[in-house]
Design a protein around this ligand. Structure first.
Ligand SMILES: Cc1ncc(COP(=O)(O)O)c(C=O)c1O
Length: 461
């Protein structure tokens, strides 16, 4: 339990926390952070932690970056707000759209801005529907997501997500959303099945689903190159290649959700590059501003844009957008963030330090509590299991993953349990080798404590 402070009572009495166990939060209280510097954050008592999840997979440049602060200050004093409705515009939005067009991993005609990944994916759904109506294919409306995928929490994006907890009692998923297999080779492969064979089977299942539903009713497939919230699941060999072949055969768009993978996370600018995906459109958010300001965006291909333009002659306006679509502050900070990524060559940096990250993560695969270690670039997870040889998971109700993250906090590391008992790591992209080692030293101590606790509780096989 965290020490209950004055903050705790105020927090518990005033805040409804997102994606939080509200019952245990009343007992445990909050972890109240006060400031950050580099890859470190400090709590209200002054204790220092390595931010091992980059906030929520987002603070690429870490904390306290003076250039980003100055870019924000400068923009706020020059023009604190202007919108993009009805043809209004401003220079930071134009420049950022040009920049994203230049670096996107797919041919891009236009860029649409939002304030979050959820809004951007929600916009993907709405634009796909609108586009298919406008081009005379009104039946082509279904979206295919994946079991354990995560795309946000609005009505549409929680539906696209394939995590039951985001559906239960919210009356989701909504109609016209389908889910295909989760590409977790370690968990779902048949005995003796190779990664390639497993990918072939998943692509075949996807094709069967499309044929059952009627290919002419499916608008798009959406996938994260590496699933984040679903457990940091690395795609098996040849998976995306085979999935893409199926989609192309049926004229179904591929939307790459790059909200976590974009901007260097997997060791390339985009997860799509790492995995040879040629998407029709990408969604981005999080690291686009290094999370200094909320921002999301999606790319629009030329053929879609042309149809949207034509539709305006019918409707008058394309009636979609947010007050803060292309907020000047967010655009200015995103431009500066991308400028810094390019100047310091963040991708080369990730490639340089990722081997240390991978080595240390893989070494923990030998820990008695760790059933599987997964990673690429600077993102990874350790899946905790009650029986590592027999690959038996813990009963989710025991909260073993959550307990491990509590012990990690004691050891000065913030990380996150996702999809049950997978302890995820996704540090700021600027992390150096010594900091990576310190992060894994803390995690290793936390795992030892978790193991001792699980043994004492009789939770191990
Ligand atoms: C892959 C992915 N897509 C979309 C989202 C939703 O983004 P936001 O929380 O900014 O709405 C997230 C958030 O974690 C994500 O990981």
């Amino acid at each position: 339990m965290r020490p209950l402070s004055n903050f705790s009572n105020r927090d518990v009495e005033a805040l409804l926390h997102p994606t939080t166990n509200l019952a245990s939060h009343r007992v445990q209280g909050p972890l109240v952070l006060e400031r950050g510097e580099g890859v470190y954050v400090y709590d209200a008592s002054g204790k220092r932690y390595i931010e091992g999840l980059a906030g929520l997979w987002c603070t690429g440049l870490g904390y306290g970056n003076a250039e980003l602060v100055e870019a924000a200050r400068e923009q706020m004093s020059r023009l604190s707000f202007s919108h993009l409705f009805g043809g209004r515009s401003h220079e930071p939005a134009i420049a950022l759209a040009e920049k994203i067009k230049a670096i996107a991993p797919c041919p891009t005609s236009k860029v649409f801005f939002t304030s979050s990944g959820s809004e951007a994916n929600d916009t993907q759904v709405k634009l796909a529907w609108y586009y298919n109506n406008a081009r005379g294919q009104p039946k082509r409306k279904k979206f295919i997501g994946r079991i354990r995928g995560y795309h946000g929490t609005t009505v549409a994006t929680a539906s696209l997500s394939g995590l039951p907890i985001f559906h239960a009692d919210f009356d989701l998923p909504m109609a016209r959303v389908l889910h295909t297999d989760c590409p977790h080779y370690g968990k779902f492969a048949e005995p003796g099945e190779s990664e390639e064979e497993y990918s072939t089977r998943l692509a075949r299942n996807l094709e069967e689903l499309i044929e059952r539903e009627g290919p002419e009713t499916v608008a798009a497939f959406i996938a994260e190159p590496v699933m984040g919230a679903g457990g940091v699941l690395i795609p098996p060999k040849t998976y995306f290649e085979k999935v893409q072949t199926v989609l192309s055969r049926h004229g179904i768009a591929f939307i790459a959700d790059e909200v976590i993978c974009g901007f260097g996370r997997t060791g390339s600018w985009w997860g799509s590059e790492t995995y040879g995906i040629a998407p029709d459109s990408v969604t981005m958010a999080k690291a686009v501003t290094s999370a200094y300001v909320p921002m999301g965006a999606l790319t629009v291909p030329e053929q879609v844009y042309q149809v949207l333009v034509e539709a305006s002659t019918k409707h008058g306006v394309m009636a979609h957008g947010f007050t803060y679509s292309g907020h000047p502050l967010a655009c200015a900070v995103a431009l500066k963030t991308i400028e810094i990524y390019e100047r310091i060559d963040i991708v080369a940096h990730v490639q340089r330090v990722a081997p240390i990250f991978q080595l240390r993560l893989k070494a923990l695969a030998d820990h008695p509590l760790v059933g599987e270690a997964r990673s690429v670039g600077l993102i990874g997870a350790l899946e905790l299991m009650r029986d590592k040889r027999g690959k038996q998971s813990f009963d989710g109700k025991l909260g073993v993953g959550a307990k491990a993250t509590r012990f990690a906090e004691e050891e000065g590391l913030i990380c996150r349990a996702v999809a049950g008992d997978s302890v995820a790591l996704c540090p700021p992209l600027i992390i150096d080798g010594a900091e990576i080692n310190a992060m894994f030293d803390a995690l290793s101590r936390a795992l030892d404590k978790t193991h001792a606790w699980a043994k004492a509780e009789g939770y191990l096989a």
